[in-house]
Design a protein around this ligand. Sequence first.
Ligand code: ADP
Ligand code: MG
Length: 559
Amino acid sequence: MDKKQFKAESKRLLEMMINSIYTQREIFLRELISNSSDAIDKIYYKALTDENLTFNKDDYFIRLKADKQARTLTISDTGIGMTKEELENNLGIIANSGSFAFKNENEAKDGHNIIGQFGVGFYSAFMVADKVTVISRALGSSEAYKWESEGTDGYTISETEKERVGTDIILTIKENTEDDQYDEYLEEYRLRSIIKKYSDFIRYPIKMEVTSQRPKEGAEGEFEEVQEEQTVNSMVPIWRKNKSELTDEDYENFYMEKRYGFDKPVSHIHIKADGAVVYNAILFIPEKTPFDYYTKEYEKGLELYSNGVLIMNKCGDLLPDYFSFVKGMVDSEDLSLNISREMLQHDRQLKLIAKNIQSKIKSQLLALLKDERDKYEQFYDSFGRQLKFGVYNDYGMNKDVLQDLLLFTSSKEKKLVTLDEYVSRMPEDQKYIYYATGESVDRLEKLPQTEMVLDKGYEILYFTDDIDEFAIKMIMTYKEKEFKSVSSGDLGIESESDEQDAKEGDSEHQELFEAMNTLLSGKVKNVKASKRLKSHPVCLSAEGELSIEMEKVLNAMPN
Ligand code: ADP
Ligand code: MG
């Protein structure tokens, strides 16, 4: 039997593609610039093996020109160009990628930087253009061809002239409609900002006529407008540079330029991973909480680049919630992207990267804690609460990652201490890690419950944050020491004689306690003689797992 080929209604297919693949119109520019960059890369790779070809970097660039009168936006490159046949195959067949084929043919030569692979990006031009004209002259040819299409009703190819090898893509930008604005794609500032956003690290210069103010010659204090061509993109991404070339200031500038925050980061991490998964990353630990940090509106995530091209603004999967304050970016060649290049196809690589990043952040925070305590405490003041939430959430699953990063105010000099510091200076006879929960350190110090523990010469952790005690309940034990609230029934320090005294007290004043129990019925569970009071006449203590303070928090929570 004959096997039939599927036929596709190419008009419909193109329409569907143009309207459904991409979520944002502006990415057409990213796609066209990426194609130009690929075309230059191909000459570069060819020159590596072809003795007759030399690659002189200055000859290779991408140029943008907007003409408001004619409503055209032209993207030119001095790349490898296309022959008539290539125009047919690459632009006439949807989902045919010349770049993907090139990569496969040249695998040995490492075509890693080439971006194209799906053979659809070019058509995104029709999201903003009524008509697309491509004029191209291929490397090694003196002929040039013009490919032209108004979208769904096909294309034409004709002979034309072109002075040098390369490609011009001329978009006739759509007219504004009531619902959709297109004029912006002819505006210099808008184009610049799109390039900055997606294509800042394309390795070849993207040139553009830019209007700028210049002091007028001979007229002091006056300015004149001048048009001059500028390179809009930064080209070499800071994350590809060597750490040794970079100063703290470079990183801080990057943080500001990227608007990761308005503060000055307390620390940065520059990762160049070359193992199971290859990626570069620059991460920042901010100093101050963003205004919406502890609200639902706050969205965690890192910028995700594939080969220097921005794919995602906020990739949330790269950060665990407890490190949601971290800002920065990741660039990897190893990502498998979906067709719109807005999402990832497999998350295996991403998971590996995320895991890797998590451990780097942890070590960085530990190093900060160890070597730059002041800075760490500054950071902790802003984000400590998030770390404690992290311990509490997921049933304490992350306590191993986080417990050594926690700080609590201690009765000793009222300074912040780590659990490790607390445990390492416990007297030998001390069995528990003691804590007291309340509104403020001042009030906690005056509690009758703290008196006895302090008198023994033991240190107490003062929990003044709602989340503190909940977090500690998840940790349960630290270095085999259990946590104990100073308001719990059994403090574990009473001697036998205290015990005896309390029992005697109970029977001696049986009537009084009975009367008090009746009086306070429903408010307290039991009134009895205490073995832990010294200078105070009375105190409240908890019998079960929950301390009084925890019960208060739970009762205050909406059901
Ligand atoms: P992809 O880039 O994923 O391959 P595109 O639809 O963006 O898909 O482009 C299709 C093909 O057209 C490319 O693979 C490339 O062979 C060719 N092409 C597109 N733009 C250019 C250009 N500026 N110079 C040379 N070839 C190009
Ligand atoms: Mg492409």
